[in-house]
Design a protein around this ligand. Structure first.
Ligand code: PEP
Ligand code: MG
Length: 577
């Protein structure tokens, strides 16, 4: 096997060497194509697939009991019962006999029939079993087409995942102890898949395009999440060279990690808070050691996306409480549900939209589906007694949305007080500034909100009118665009004028190149992927705020992102960073 090199987009740092696990979920199609087959070959194929499925499920059940709990184990046991049910497997055999069709056709047809029956039942619990039927059906199909039916959550050996695409909900379920990294055909730098890979510390290369077809399951892979290189079946020489590179990278990271425990204070004494962005409670493990002085953004939508039904108040409460407790009194900013755009919730069954990023999403959806919003606020408020919880609302575009969201918050507070449920005395309430209309109105908002958190990931896409997911226009997607910088200044100045504070939780906050500019503009709180924290602290401790303010003044006069980058690069080089 000769070595091949494929170039992608490095989105989450780290060099990894491991075996390729090709993930290609087979789904039960809506319309089943009839492919002919000889019962003599198809019946044993089906039987073999069933046996393999049962073995796979049995070993998963053992693991699930230890790792995922009895509930998940019970679901898997239910799938074995389906395979042994007289109304499920024998009809597939009969179909192959009677219609001379392939095992795949038989599985597809019967699974669809059975799932449709469940779906038409009046009882909600029974209706939900349709998903289990489809799931076991796709396991059978996975065995038939030869790559097994293993789900991402079921990976139990060290691998690099190879997939057309991984959704954010796929990514959030990955087990870091087995998944060394992943490569995909599509995807951009600020997609939520990339953001999650970063915060989970999983190396990732996206956008390999047709290069992905060069990779087979079991191939030896090297990926470099910084440069975007992906090497398939490397020669011994290449593998050795990358091992050396891996070691020197590790040494460099070790040096930077020394800064984790330091305070982020400039040489002339301007101190800022450096916090972490997280998507799941599990990500709080080791967060304090990584230097996080709080959680600046808890993206709660991943709690909603990693399950097949809406998490109830108790489930949400447990998650928020565990984050608040893990941070031991340090600030935890919980962002209310920000669904929409590239973050979907299948069980909400929302209609397709022409422009999902401009559509029915985030706070718009929460204000419309008040029950959902109230449940989440109740859970957050109840969790507030377990730490230092703050709340922020995403995608605020105008004052009415803030007023309505705050009114519902007050209602929920009163409800809980009437019930005698304890809630923290003061909870700071803020808004995300990620839409230019909100940034421009910052002086008005500053009179009412406790804080702002600038979401540059969306602010860039709405200011420059450039889809954050579209690789074709990614050359335009740049937070160093002078218009974006002016908006950021406007927001920070507004908060300063009203004794409030401004944070930033978009990717710009974690970019060392942006640090002199953001120090110059006076950003108070910085929140980023945990892996970026030590480096940002290292850079900040070398900066002089007075010099950064002069630099920011110069940058504010510039015409293009390229000029801004050049000025920042020269500035950092000059001080030896
Ligand atoms: C942002 O838009 O910058 C942000 C932090 O939110 P998200 O990336 O989840 O949209
Ligand atoms: Mg956003």
């Amino acid at each position: 096997m000769s070595e091949k090199k494929i170039q992608g987009l490095g989105v989450s740092e780290g060099i990894r060497i491991g075996k390729a696990f090709v993930y290609a979920p087979v789904r039960i199609a809506e319309t089943v194509e009839h492919t002919p087959g000889d019962p003599e070959t198809e019946l044993p194929r089906l039987e073999d697939a069933k046996t393999k499925c049962i073995h796979e499920l049995e070993s998963l059940i053992e693991r699930a009991k230890v790792k995922l709990g009895e509930e998940k184990a019970a679901i898997l046991k239910g799938q074995i019962s389906f395979l042994n049910d007289p109304g499920f497997y024998p009809p597939m055999q009969k179909l192959i006999q009677n219609e001379q069709c392939s095992a795949e056709t038989a599985v597809q047809k019967i699974v669809k029939q059975v799932a449709d029956v469940f779906e038409s039942m009046p009882n909600e619990y029974m209706r939900e079993r349709a998903a289990d039927v489809r799931d076991v059906g796709s396991r059978l199909l996975g065995q038939l087409v030869g790559h097994g039916g293993k789900r991402l959550t079921e990976i139990d050996e060290k691998v690099i995942i190879v997939a057309d695409d991984l959704t954010p909900s796929d990514t959030v379920q990955l087990d870091k102890s087995f998944v060394l990294g992943f490569v995909t055909r599509v995807g951009g730098k600020t997609s939520h898949t990339a953001i999650l890979a970063n915060s989970l510390g999983i190396s990732a290369v996206l956008g390999l395009g047709s290069g992905l077809d060069e990779i087979r399951g079991g191939d030896e892979l090297i990926i470099d999440g910084t440069t975007g290189e992906c090497i398939v079946n490397p020669s011994a020489g290449t593998a050795d060279a990358y091992r050396v590179k891996m070691e020197s990278e590790e040494a460099r990271l070790q040096e930077i990690r020394e800064f984790a425990g330091r305070a982020a204070v400039t040489v002339d004494g301007f101190g800022v808070e450096v916090a972490a962005n997280i998507g799941t409670p599990e990500e709080t493990a080791g967060l304090l050691d990584k230097g996080a002085e709080g959680v600046g953004l808890y993206r709660t939508e991943f709690l909603f996306m990693s399950r097949s039904e809406m998490p109830d108040e108790a489930t949400q409460y447990e998650a928020y409480k565990s984050v608040a407790e893990a941070m031991k009194g340090k600030p935890v900013i919980i962002r209310t549900l920000d669904i929409g755009g590239d973050k979907e919730l299948p069980y909400l069954d929302l209609p397709d939209e022409m422009n999902p990023f401009l559509g029915y999403r985030a706070i718009r959806l929460c204000l419309d589906k008040k029950e959902l919003f109230v449940t989440q606020l109740r859970a957050i408020l109840r969790a507030s007694v377990h730490g230092n919880v703050k709340i922020m609302f995403p995608m605020i575009s105008g004052m009415e949305e803030w007023t309505q969201a705050k009114a519902i918050y007050e209602e929920v507070r009163e409800q809980l007080a009437n019930e005698g449920t304890p809630v923290a005395d003061t909870i700071e309430l803020g808004i995300m500034v990620e839409i230019p209309s909100a940034a421009l109105l910052a002086p008005n908002f500053a009179k009412q909100v406790d804080f702002f958190s600038i979401g540059t990931n969306d602010l860039v896409q709405y200011t420059v009118a450039v889809d954050r997911m579209n690789e074709k226009v990614s050359y335009l997607y740049d937070y160093f665009h002078p218009s974006v910088i002016r908006l950021i200044k406007h927001v920070i100045d507004a908060s300063d004028n009203h004794n409030k504070w401004t944070g930033m939780c978009g990717s710009m906050a974690g970019d060392p190149l942006a640090a002199p500019l953001l120090i110059g503009l006076g950003l108070h709180e910085w929140s980023m992927s945990p892996t970026a924290i030590p480096k940002i602290k290292q850079v900040i401790t070398r900066l002089d705020r007075q010099e950064c303010m002069k630099l920011a003044d110069r940058i504010l006069e510039m015409d293009t992102p390229a000029q801004v980058r050049e000025a920042l690069e020269a500035f950092l080089e000059n001080i030896g960073v």
